[in-house]
Design a protein around this ligand. Sequence first.
Ligand SMILES: Nc1ncnc2c1ncn2[C@@H]1O[C@H](COP(=O)(O)OP(=O)(O)OP(=O)(O)O)[C@@H](O)[C@H]1O
Ligand SMILES: [Mg+2]
Length: 167
Amino acid sequence: MAASNPSSRQASSIFELTTKSVEETQQLGERLGSLLRAGDVVALIGELGSGKTTCVQGIAKGLGIDPSSVKSPTFVLLRDYPGGRVGLVHVDGYRLEGEPQAIWLDLEWMFSAKKVTVIEWADRFAGCLPEARLELRLAHKTTNQRLLSAIPHGPRAMEVVAGLRSS
Ligand SMILES: Nc1ncnc2c1ncn2[C@@H]1O[C@H](COP(=O)(O)OP(=O)(O)OP(=O)(O)O)[C@@H](O)[C@H]1O
Ligand SMILES: [Mg+2]
């Protein structure tokens, strides 16, 4: 039997998609949102204007929350959207300076087992993120094209990525 290769297993579990418009990024978000359940964490990582908030709007829609209510929580760290099939916690680390300390973050609120948590600039929360999470990387390809890569960390996130692939 061939020896299993963890790096190729990891590579094959990544789901990638190039979107060509805001609407396509929202649609991918919606597909993802419809697969999420309470306790799931989505860590969005991507440069300015790469489409993180656009994607969160789609995720909200997939959870049954009005997507137009989702704005980038630029001046606050966190916004809570109740209602929908599952509540949504939207975190944005853009204004954080230095790595936040778990001690001054309300981690129980941020990563509520009763809600879905999505985090923009998740790389700025490195030490505070749960191990089990779906990492979603966004990158500019052209003015209107974004490469979205969903990278699962843990079995639950792998299940979500499998769902994305087949939806
Ligand atoms: N394929 C695409 N998907 C998403 N956004 C796109 C796409 N093509 C162009 N855009 C534009 O890119 C911008 C994305 O903005 P958005 O607020 O979603 O990014 P962001 O990553 O949240 O930015 P920030 O880092 O400021 O929070 C918008 O101006 C949108 O019109
Ligand atoms: Mg944003």
